[in-house]
Design a protein. Structure first.
Length: 94
């Protein structure tokens, strides 16, 4: 089960599955807020992506595979952002 407060890990997400695409979008938004370099080993639709960008996030397809590794050191964690993303993507009440 995915936790916005403990997102570190390696992911293989099927973008055709609603819940998995939601996790992909959430991870991308988290990366945008905490630091672009925190997401590595990115493979989108079978092609290696050197660095996540806003353009890639906007064009995330509705099918295909998204692979990545997210690793955030404690000093880069933005708990307030993570809580807001939980509300936005997971319908948390804040």
């Amino acid at each position: 089960m995915f936790s916005v407060f403990k997102p570190d890990g390696t992911y293989l997400l099927n973008l055709a599955i609603y819940e998995e695409k939601t996790v992909a979008k959430l991870l991308c938004e988290l990366c945008k807020a905490e630091g672009w370099a925190l997401m590595t080993e990115i493979i989108l639709l079978g092609k290696k992506v050197e660095k996540l960008t806003p353009e890639i996030i906007k064009a995330l397809p509705d099918a295909g595979m998204f692979e990545c590794k997210y690793q955030c050191p404690e000093d880069k964690v933005k708990k307030d952002v993570r809580q807001k993303l939980g509300a936005k993507f997971l319908d948390w009440i804040v």
